[in-house]
Design a protein around this ligand. Structure first.
Ligand code: N01
Length: 571
């Protein structure tokens, strides 16, 4: 039984005692979805959040050096002009505490906390077909019911701690960067081992090295990184941004990755070598993820990409004094940006410090963790602290750790046994009234996240408004539409170099046993937005939408060959 009485929606819609909508997660997505459904549609909404505060991914990822790789003024909500005018970002890239201040400000400014229950983890969500309701269970065993269930669980929120034998015997302390202690970790005088050199490890390395007696970095796959060139924002820049926010937001919505810059139209091999070098130098000096945009074909043409690889390799060799260390750092096995490219502040420079050691665990793998430290095939490294910067069970992990069951009790885990299958990354066939914000099959992690989040939240909100206006109470992606969308997601990935990174978390390759399926939609945010808009404009094409009774008729019709886009007679 719910332990509170939810407020009723003004139109009194929905079975007695049930919420109109239940949202899982109070990060960027959950906060905006709550605001949209409560303030724009006037629905009764409850957010359940496992953490003790808002922030989602940013609440948990408090590791040293945690900072956003998107530029602060665009890593923010666009839905409220008052909000964007009043908030002051201080740096080019916001540090984790600054993002937390921002999200707490948003929660207070829009009075969101009264609809959020903190410290409440959702363990199960089962669809009750007869009642057309989701029955949601929390870790404490409470049950809540809601017509719509919206997951705002983040793509990178399920920590991946590698299953290395001996961890339980380690005499020191160990941490995963994605579950960092709220009180922080004091590295003073400690011998620290850091496993993993993705974006997180690359951000954390210089900061931990500065604090610890000694840092040993265990690198399995060498990674590319470009300087972030972080720094304080000047008053002039802030004024300029605020005066031009409309145009900036228009641009972020129209670009491939949701950033405020366009990808160049130049092809890498169309320009003479000298000019290409000068362009890369300028991009390196400018810093940031924009380096990817230097040439149009970096992510689609291997020969073009090789020019970026060679440029970055040469830069690392210039920076790192010891050629043997530089060799390990530059033994790349994938095209540049085929994995999410990190950006850094003095990452490669850190390997020139006397208190830093790089260990190549590709050539000599980690064999076990001993009480004293980490033993590789070649040596044992004494450690007081181990930091796992080993990433996440991305995209599907946060959903699958909840026991989600749709029609006929079918579990999401079983339905996704061979990899995630969604329609637009928004819905799963067989799971009516369940929406997955930035779910697999949407651009999500290939995009500046707030841009992807706002697009999904707006689409879901419009969809629910559409249903309410027409007295429709159930929406479900058809299996045909989902199948076609999965094909499009695969085609979009195959048109790029992204699947060539064998160890990429985009493919699920970082988690042993996870099916290797390219999960995000790589066709670009702008194109995806158009597709979603067209689907809505065509009466939610590809979704069966109606009242439960009408929908049963539709499904029968659909099985009889009416295809995707079938709709209830009430529509
Ligand atoms: O995780 P990762 P991350 N033994 O999966 C290694 C976002 N992010 O937390 O490549 C040894 O990228 C693994 O090696 P390999 C961003 O989207 C955003 O760094 O599998 N090593 C790899 O080096 C990013 O992409 C920001 O061979 C092991 C590393 O651990 C995503 O989060 C900041 C291992 C994991 O890299 C994930 O980044 C930071 C093992 N058993 C992150 N298991 C912002 O800007 C794994 N590794 C907001």
């Amino acid at each position: 039984m719910p332990d509170f009485i939810p407020e009723r929606s003004p139109d009194g819609f929905g079975p007695a005692g049930a919420l109109d909508a239940l949202i899982i997660g109070a990060g960027f997505s959950g906060l905006y979805q709550l605001y949209s459904l409560r303030e724009r549609l006037g629905l009764s909404v409850q957010v359940l959040e496992a953490g003790d505060g808002v922030g989602g991914t940013w609440y948990w990822n408090r590791y040293p050096g945690a900072r956003c790789d998107s530029e602060s003024y665009c890593y923010s909500y666009s839905f409220s002009d008052e909000l964007q005018q009043e908030w002051e970002w201080t740096e080019r890239y916001p540090e984790q505490p600054e993002i937390m201040r921002y999200l707490n400000h948003v929660a207070d400014r829009f009075d969101l906390r009264r609809s959020i229950r903190f410290g409440t983890r959702v363990t199960a969500a089962h669809y009750d077909e007869a009642a057309n309701l989701w029955r949601v269970t929390t870790g404490a065993g409470e049950q809540l019911t809601a017509q719509f269930l919206i997951t705002a669980v983040g793509c990178l929120s399920s920590a991946n701690v590698p299953n290395i034998p001996g961890l339980e015997d380690f005499a020191g302390r160990w941490y995963h960067t994605g579950e960092w202690p709220q009180e922080g970790v004091d590295f003073t005088g400690k011998r620290v081992g850091l496993v993993g050199t993705g974006s997180t490890g690359i951000q954390a390395t210089p900061v931990i090295a500065a604090a610890a007696a000694h840092l040993t970095v265990f690198q399995r796959t060498p990674n590319f990184s470009v300087p972030a060139r972080n720094g304080p924002l000047t008053d002039d820049f802030k004024r300029e941004v605020k005066a031009n926010y409309d145009e900036i937001r228009r641009k972020t919505r129209a670009t491939t990755n949701g950033h405020p810059y366009s990808i160049s139209e130049r092809l890498a091999l169309d320009v003479p070598a000298e000019e290409r070098q000068a362009l890369y130098e300028a991009a390196w000096a400018q810093g940031g993820l924009q380096f990817r945009a230097t040439f149009q074909d970096l992510l689609v043409d291997k020969a073009a990409n090789d020019t970026a690889v060679e440029f970055i390799r040469a830069k690392i060799r210039q920076i790192v004094h010891d050629p043997a260390v530089a060799d390990i750092l530059t033994a790349f096995d994938h095209p540049y940006a085929a994995k999410r490219p990190p950006i850094d502040t003095e990452y490669f420079e850190t390997f020139n410090c006397n208190n830093v050691t790089l260990v190549d665990v590709r050539s000599a793998p980690i064999e076990r963790i001993t009480p004293q430290g980490i033993r590789t095939r070649d040596a044992e490294y004494g450690l007081d602290v181990i930091v796992f910067a080993t990433g996440f069970d991305a995209m599907t992990g946060p959903l699958l750790r909840i026991d989600i069951r749709g029609r006929d009790g079918q579990s999401l885990k079983e339905v996704w046994d061979a990899g995630p299958r969604t329609y637009l990354g928004l819905q799963v066939a067989g799971f009516p009234n369940l929406f997955t914000i930035t779910g697999p099959g949407s651009p999500s992690v290939l995009c500046n996240m707030p841009v992807a989040i706002e697009q999904h939240v707006d689409w879901i909100t419009d969809c629910i408004a559409y249903m309410r206006q027409r007295g429709l109470d159930r929406i479900e992606a058809t299996a045909e539409a989902a199948d076609q969308w999965v094909d499009r997601v695969n085609e979009a990935a195959d048109a790029t170099l992204l699947p060539l990174a064998a160890s990429s978390w985009y493919l699920g390759a970082n988690v042993p046993g996870k099916p290797r399926v390219f999960m995000p939609y790589a066709g670009g945010m702008a194109r995806y937005r158009r597709i979603c808009d067209d689907v809505a404009a065509n009466g939610y094409e590809g979704f069966a939408i109606g009242t439960p009774a009408a929908q049963a008729t539709n499904q029968a019709m659909s099985m009889g060959g009416s295809g995707a886009g079938s709709a209830g007679p009430l529509r």
